[in-house]
Ligand binder design. Structure first.
Ligand code: IPE
Ligand code: IPE
Ligand code: MG
Length: 259
């Protein structure tokens, strides 16, 4: 699905599926993933055009990145544009891609200075060539950073991601590079666009909707889910802290019996 080269089917990074997992208290999540929802409703409630909500949403994102750094969250993944969002009216899609272009040109330098490493997942081939170039540049220019790993899901859909991985597995098997009987979760994860990224511990969605909308379906297997009633443009440090506190109270069992 993405234009990035697919990794070979040898999982180098330790994969969550193979780690012995026992019941734990939440603590600070290593990886927080956010479905940033509610921009349109925020704008509508103010009788503003939807683009005003998306612009304000970009400000909320800035605050969230700072909050993640302050709270020592190592991995942050954000759902910025889904593969289904292309179905929106052309004018809104144009507004959203325009905002993405602006963000890439004007905000990446600061992220870089703040130690943020950027990655993009999703079908980037659907974006204009100048945006595709800026995505590559942003990843390259921040590749040595490690304070916060920020993954942006753009034109991303989990079913398409899983399907693409299955296709690569089938091709590898047909070419004799992979024994189907030896295919395990760790090997399969090596074909996903999130290869090398730990599974999200906490998935947070704003706006009151309680669904995943095709976000990280494989990776979310044991994520704790938090749904907040706040609209994304109003999201701030206090909501981030609230989600972390909620997470810290959860008992994660991974199918094992509680101690
Ligand atoms: C989230 O806000 C941003 C994107 C999906 C791009 P929405 O645009 O979905 O806002 P609502 O859900 O209509 O309020
Ligand atoms: C999910 O929100 C996608 C993003 C936040 C980018 P949507 O607003 O597109 O999801 P649905 O349509 O309400 O499920
Ligand atoms: Mg929405």
């Amino acid at each position: 699905m993405s234009s990035r080269p697919q990794p070979v089917a040898t999982a180098e990074a330790p994969r969550a599926a193979e780690e012995p997992r026992t019941a734990t208290e939440g603590g600070v999540p290593t990886h927080v993933a956010i479905i940033m929802d509610g921009n349109g409703r925020w704008a509508a409630s103010r009788r503003l055009p939807r683009i005003a909500g998306h612009r304000e949403g970009a400000r909320a994102l800035r605050r969230t990145i700072e909050a993640a750094i302050r709270n020592r969250v190592a991995w942050l993944t954000i759902y910025a544009f889904s593969s289904e969002n292309w179905r929106r009216p052309a004018a809104e899609v144009l507004d959203l891609t325009g905002l993405l272009r602006h963000y890439l040109r004007n905000e990446v330098a600061e992220l870089r200075q703040n130690g943020v490493r950027l990655r993009f997942i999703g079908d980037r081939s659907r974006f204009d060539p100048d945006i595709q170039r800026d995505l590559v540049t942003a990843e390259r220019d921040t590749a040595t950073n490690g304070r916060l790993n920020l993954t942006v899901a753009l034109s991303y859909g989990a079913r398409a991601e899983i399907l693409a991985a299955a296709r690569h597995v089938a091709e590898a098997a047909r070419a004799g590079r992979l024994d189907p009987a030896a295919l395990d979760e760790a090997t399969f994860e090596g074909f996903l666009s999130t290869a090398g990224i730990p599974d999200p511990d906490l998935i947070l969605r704003t706006s009151g909707e309680q669904r995943l909308s095709n976000f990280l379906l494989w990776q979310a297997a044991y994520a704790e889910l938090v749904f907040l009633d706040v609209l994304w443009p109003d999201f701030g440090e206090e909501h981030f802290a609230q989600a972390l506190a909620d997470y810290a109270r959860r008992e994660r069992r991974f199918g094992a019996r509680p101690a």
